[in-house]
Design a protein around this ligand. Sequence first.
Ligand SMILES: [Zn+2]
Length: 256
Amino acid sequence: MKLIKTLVIFFALATDGFAFVVLIDPGHGGKELGAVSNIKLRNSKGKTYSKKIFEKDLTLVLAKKIKERIDKKFSTYLTRSFDRTVTLEQRAALADTVKADLFISIHFNSSREHKSHGFETYYLDNHQDKAIKKVEAIENKGLEGDNKTINQILIDLVIQKTVPSSKKLANSIHVNLVRNLGKKYKLRDRGIKPGLFYVLALSKRPGVLIECGFLSNPNEIKKLNSNKYQDQFAKSIADGIEKYYSRLPKKELPIF
Ligand SMILES: [Zn+2]
């Protein structure tokens, strides 16, 4: 009997975290390109050439790198694992299918003001900020038909339920990004902000939407497109998710 008890406790400890489900959402995909940027690159012979970079590709690369880092600890899923069109509703519905505990949406910014740069972390909440409304208008594109306007009462209910956890998650991730990338890559910390992003509202989970940098900034796009930088960025987000999880009150082990 004692052996069985020991085995059960061992199993509970060994699988700690595996019951915790993280859904990572690479923004856009397929015919939804997201932001587009032209960068100048140099080939092996020193000749410069320009290449189009799409937000949908960068979000997928980064989401896969984050998944790789947390896969061993948590049950991790992606809302898409290749270049295909997925509606905001389909992304959010997947959160129910996999019973996600967290929803992490990955995006990149773009602005007519080419000097704009840096990263920002959003959690679902009401606000009156005009600059944030511009970001929402871009990322909320892609809702189907009648769902173009989502019931504000529904959004308020989700906010009520998720805002304390989402803020903690945003903080855990953002602090890491600032510490690991801010100084090293001279990235501007644009802060943790409230935002009304449909994909977060529809997922009904604690979650964040991270705008990982500006494709429209000629200097920043070079960093965003580099493998080394992407690895650092993914690590900071993954570590932030783990930190958030480690601070959650743990379920008690079964008592015999
Ligand atoms: Zn986006």
